[in-house]
Design a protein around this ligand. Structure first.
Ligand SMILES: Nc1nc2c(ncn2[C@@H]2O[C@H](COP(=O)(O)OP(=O)(O)OP(=O)(O)O)[C@@H](O)[C@H]2O)c(=O)[nH]1
Ligand SMILES: [Mg+2]
Length: 261
């Protein structure tokens, strides 16, 4: 989808909504915020709630810090949609900030932050009452989950407008989408080691701090060779990017890393 189409969808769901949930990845809630989106929500006079998702991947005390800092700007909660943790707080926040009932809730954020899973959690709670309205009218966007809450069933995906390397850091890019995954992987590895020097030792059993050598070591360990017998470093780069995207490779940023306290 083109960038302008992405933003057109986002505008449409914001206009439809009373409350917008901006979903952030707990591993880096700062990088996964989007100021343009937040400005749009404010301009349209809608309520914004920051939802830090994938809380299962990050220690609670770090999440509490993010929450405290972000709460100065917008109501903030953290949840794990996958493990269904904290979803009570999500419901409570939605009800607390609803300007009216039934309230219409939109779910927006970067690719891969867990928007669809959150929509499913919200729908699942009252699954018997779930009724996607068929047809192509405006109403087809809505899923009624209770008499009080309607979910707009189209996640607004923030378009990948930033450069590839930044998108990889946000976990927002599939490695297949990259012509050459190596530069982005090297950038990512540098960032990861800065945040957590032991992350690759923990994940792959490889204690190597030089980014390129790390790719080589991973290729060797996994038996990734090209036809000519050289190491398939490209495939190793894809593995790392994919593991980050899928939450198999875990490290996290703290507010201090961005000078926020
Ligand atoms: N560990 C963990 N993984 C999660 C959680 N929520 C979602 N995921 C994983 O994150 C990945 C993306 O989840 P989706 O719900 O598809 O994310 P999305 O924002 O809808 O992604 P796009 O549709 O690509 O924009 C999947 O592999 C999920 O299993 C969570 O709370 N914890
Ligand atoms: Mg989705």
């Amino acid at each position: 989808m083109s960038i302008s189409k992405h933003w057109a969808t986002i505008r449409r769901v914001i206009e439809e909504a009373d409350i917008v949930l901006e979903v952030l990845d707990a591993r880096d809630p700062y990088l996964t915020r989007n100021k343009k989106l937040e400005r749009l929500v404010m301009e349209k006079g809608k309520r914004l709630i920051l939802v830090i998702n994938k809380a299962d991947l990050v220690p609670k005390e770090v999440l509490e810090k993010w929450k405290r800092i972000f709460s100065r700007e917008f109501p903030t909660i953290f949840i794990s949609a996958r493990d269904r943790l904290g979803t009570r707080y999500l419901w409570r926040a939605i009800k607390m900030y609803a300007p009216k009932f039934p309230v219409k809730v939109a779910v927006v954020g970067y690719p891969n932050v867990g928007k669809s899973m959150i929509i499913n959690v919200l729908k699942g709670r009252h699954s018997s009452g779930t009724s996607p309205i068929p047809g192509f009218t405006k109403d087809s966007l809505h899923v009624k989950v209770s008499t009080k809450i309607r979910i707009i069933d189209t996640p607004g995906v923030i378009p990948p407008s930033a450069d590839e390397r930044e998108l990889v850091l946000r976990g927002a890019l599939r490695p297949e989408a990259l012509d050459d995954p190596i530069p982005a992987a090297l950038h990512f590895i540098k960032f990861a080691i800065q945040r957590d020097p032991l992350v690759f030792k923990r994940t792959y059993g490889i204690d190597e701090r030089d980014p390129y050598k790390l790719l080589e070591a991973l290729a060797k360990r996994r038996g990734l060779f090209l036809k000519g017998g050289q190491l398939n470093v490209e495939e190793a780069a894809r593995i790392i990017i994919r593991d980050w995207q899928q939450g198999k490779l875990v490290f996290y940023s703290k507010p201090e890393d961005y000078g926020l306290l």
